[in-house]
Design a protein around this ligand. Structure first.
Ligand code: GTP
Length: 185
């Protein structure tokens, strides 16, 4: 049995279909305002320990499938401690892709650690007036690495800092035991 220690930095990666608002969420967090026109991919951002609730330096990594190969995305998944899979609450197909594509892709790229925590992030709640959280329990049941789900809006800044805080917490205060069983022959 191999015990893994709690990391001293937290590396968060944002995945999800194009256009769901990954870059906007990162830039809204950092600038505390919404910008309509964002670059395809945010530069990697380091948030210093003293401005994070958990007092841990936090790196945030954006992914843009138009600018990166799947191999590059896979390398970033391997380096991350926690994976935020973003979907757009007004586009069912972006939610459907989480179970049909993104969660299996994450598993494929965490060979020794299937339990790397995953946060499901429903962005753009400013566009709807109902909650979609009931639609994701089936996914969470099928994929126990789903640590929590959060609805937010990069546009109105609703739950944006909470989303990143939840990602930190998933690493620093995991719900699942943080060990993996070494395969023995
Ligand atoms: P890729 O770079 O293609 O992977 O897209 P992305 O996931 O980084 O999305 P991006 O941040 O570029 O946002 C896509 C579009 O959605 C932009 O027009 C944003 O202004 C818009 N958008 C992002 N977040 C929100 C939100 O919370 N509410 C609304 N209404 N629009 C949003």
């Amino acid at each position: 049995m191999v015990y893994e220690s709690i990391p001293r930095t937290v590396r968060i990666i944002l995945l999800g279909e194009p256009g769901v608002g990954k870059t906007s969420l990162i830039l809204s967090l950092v600038t505390e305002e919404f910008t309509e026109h964002v670059p395809p991919k945010a530069e990697e951002i380091t948030i210093p320990a003293d401005v994070t609730p958990e007092q841990v330096p936090t790196n945030i990594v954006d992914v843009c499938l138009n600018e990166q190969t799947l191999e590059q995305v896979a390398e970033e998944i391997e380096k991350a401690h926690v994976i935020c899979i973003v979907f757009s609450v007004d586009k069912q197909e972006t939610l459907d892709k989480i179970a049909s594509y993104w969660l299996p892709f994450v598993r494929d790229n965490c060979p020794n650690d299937h339990r790397k925590p995953v946060i499901l992030v429903g962005n753009k709640i400013d566009l709807i007036d109902y909650s979609i959280i009931d639609n994701i329990w089936d996914i969470a049941e099928e994929y126990p690495e789903v640590d929590r789900c959060i609805e937010c809006s990069a546009k109105t800044l609703t739950n944006v800092s909470e989303m990143f805080y939840n990602a930190q917490k998933a690493v620093l205060h995991p719900i699942h035991p943080i060990y993996s069983i070494e395969e023995q022959e």
